[in-house]
Ligand binder design. Structure first.
Ligand code: TYM
Length: 327
């Protein structure tokens, strides 16, 4: 039997290169060797401030991005989480065996509380429990994600272990898979991860001109003040991005030119802008094709939900029996 893979992204706008290098690149590889389900996790999207008028559009944007980037509906099931309320039913049951004290210690919970002190809701606290349900309802073995999600996957394993111990072996213990770009940092504050907020994330759908505009003010080696100073690529976020898209020869040359003060940071950024633009050229073309075919996208989601529902309901039947809800 092929291993089962699950992963998801919140519907908070178009995808950026952090989502791509952190998670989706591994999805594309895994879909050839495993049985994959990829979701837009819209229930999770309700836990932080959002605009109900934009929600549907945001979900759709992510689905278009998935398809254009190469998630192949013939190989993988593409789903919208709330089309499968089985996730929330399992989430409720798993919530009853998860200590609140563990949830209060989850780093992303603390971050969100600091970010939106006026928006601390029960859904936010139980966010990782629903995430565990997303993974466990399909008895997933592998969860390809960026580094920031590791505490959540660890918690999903703990919840699975706890359920197996109390009610009998039911769930495999899921493993996180990280890619080489598991932590893409912000262009303007490289101490933070790149995110969708503040318009600083490079989107997969950005035109080469937009990419160039975002890259120009990006932070490089802070100690390098002028071209004649020798730079240190090891502390430069732009150099880290080069490692994701540029060829081995280019990377070597960039390293030498930076250390030897042979070119400036803008020259280095120009090469990165060109390579990022090229990396997503095909994506931008394919996205237009899917944008103009909403019926096709609807059908893909319907098929994805059907396949996922069958698996989810099977697990839920087993869980309801084991917990005594059903006989
Ligand atoms: P989300 O929507 O924040 O991010 C989606 C995926 O993109 C990765 N990612 C990054 N990777 C590297 N560098 C970055 N700067 C960067 N920014 C985002 C994330 O690690 C993630 O893999 N809780 C999840 C969604 C979720 C989920 C799940 C994931 C809900 N249920 C079940 C896996 C399995 C989240 O908020 O991802």
């Amino acid at each position: 039997m092929k291993p089962r893979v699950f992963s998801g992204i919140r519907p908070s706008g178009r995808l950026h290169i952090g989502n791509y290098f952190g998670a989706i690149k591994s999805w594309l590889k895994l879909q050839d060797e495993a049985d994959c389900i990829f979701a837009v996790v819209d229930y999770h999207g309700l836990t932080t401030p959002f605009d109900p008028k934009e929600m549907f559009k945001e979900k759709y944007e992510v689905i278009l991005d998935y398809l254009a980037v190469g998630v192949d509906p013939k190989k993988s099931a593409l789903v919208i989480q709330s089309d499968l309320p089985e996730h929330t039913e399992l989430g409720w049951i798993l919530g009853t065996i998860t200590p609140v004290s563990i949830l209060e210690r989850v780093p992303t919970f603390k971050e969100k509380v600091a970010q939106h002190p006026e928006y601390v809701n029960l859904g936010l606290l139980s966010y990782p429990v629903l995430m565990a349900a997303d993974i466990l309802i399909y008895k997933s073995n592998i969860v390809p994600v960026g580094e920031d999600q590791l505490p959540h996957i660890e918690l999903a394993r703990e919840i699975a272990k706890r359920f197996n111990r109390i009610f009998g072996k039911t769930f495999p213990l899921p493993k996180a898979v990280l890619s080489s770009g598991a932590r893409v940092m912000s262009l303007y504050d490289p101490s933070k991860k790149m995110s969708k907020t503040g318009g600083e994330g490079i989107l997969l759908s950005d035109s080469p001109e937009e990419i160039w505009k975002k890259l120009q003010p990006a932070v490089t080696d802070p100690a390098r003040k002028r071209i004649s100073d020798s730079g240190n690529p090891d502390v430069c976020n732009i150099y880290s991005l080069h490692k994701l898209v540029s060829s081995a020869d280019e990377i070597k040359e960039i390293n030498g030119n930076c250390r030897g003060a042979k070119f400036g940071c803008l020259d280095c950024k120009k090469i990165l802008a060109k390579n990022l633009g090229m990396e997503f050229e095909d994506f931008r073309r394919k996205r237009k094709v899917f944008e103009s075919n909403p019926e096709k996208v609807k059908e893909i989601l319907k098929n994805g939900a059907e396949k996922a529902r069958e698996l989810a309901q099977k697990t839920l039947r087993e869980v309801r029996k084991k917990t005594g809800l059903d006989i």
